[in-house]
Design a protein around this ligand. Structure first.
Ligand code: HEM
Length: 215
């Protein structure tokens, strides 16, 4: 039987953009954990030396923010919460058993939550990061504000790290997903199973024969 053609999910610039965010996230999060806990101080060496880590951490953070902003403007419309998402959320126990529920579009409710949590945490990290950024900006702010910003920075970083751990787990756990961000393609079977509305929309815009020619 002839197999349905694969479907492009991300272009090369989109993948490059995502992996730039992911790379900066790893460098920033690991060096940040290194500053936070004395027992994790050795993690600062991810950026060369502890001194270099302290210098570079805010810059890798700002690059991550700027690169994520591009993703934000590219995908925000696909991440708006719709009625079908509530059906998905109510049946999360079925999702955990690898069943599908609801008429999911390009992204499911779990992915949408990661998306909105990421932009919220990144905005908080940027704002609080500027307040605590010595020697450049911190001198302009009163000490109580710097202390509050430090707390906010640590809490939003901890939340973002946990959210991204869930994101990585889901990307590896749902078979056939990782190829979307590595090679750019997913199988038609994957799209039909996990994102049926997105699949139907693609078929309407771009019939299978056209997709096959593009490969
Ligand atoms: C470090 C390891 C990471 C891995 C293995 C990973 C993997 C993936 C994969 C496979 C997808 C495609 C999912 C799909 O299209 O269904 C994806 C999408 C995405 N990733 Fe990552 N990712 C990582 C880090 C990050 C980080 C650090 C962020 C943000 C701070 C991020 C934000 C996103 C966003 C926004 C999408 C599009 C989904 C949406 O808009 O809802 N990823 N990722």
């Amino acid at each position: 039987m002839k197999q349905a053609p694969d479907i492009q999910r991300y272009s090369a610039p989109e993948r490059l953009n995502h992996w730039l965010v992911a790379g900066c996230f790893l460098l920033t999060a690991i060096s940040g954990l290194g500053f936070f806990f004395p027992s994790f101080n050795w993690l600062m060496n991810i950026l060369g030396t502890p001194q270099l880590a302290r210098l570079l951490h805010p810059f890798t953070g700002v690059i991550m923010f700027a690169a994520f902003l591009i993703m934000f403007f590219r995908y925000w419309q696909h991440n708006l919460i719709k009625h079908d998402d509530l059906i998905w959320a109510k049946n999360i126990h079925k999702i955990a058993r690898n069943e599908e529920v609801g008429d999911t579009g390009r992204y499911n409710f779990g992915q949408k939550c990661v998306f909105w949590a990421a932009i919220t945490c990144l905005l908080l990290l940027l704002a609080s990061g500027i307040v605590i950024w010595r020697p450049w900006f911190a001198a302009a702010f009163p000490l109580p504000l710097i202390r509050a910003a430090l707390l906010l920075h640590s809490i939003s970083a901890a939340i973002l790290i946990m959210v991204i751990m869930v994101h990585i787990y889901a990307a590896l756990w749902v078979k056939g997903t990782i190829t979307a961000m590595v090679e750019g393609w997913v199988t038609a079977r994957w799209a039909k199973k996990h994102h049926p509305r997105w699949y139907r929309e693609l078929q309407q815009q771009d019939p299978p024969e056209q997709q096959e020619k593009r490969r």
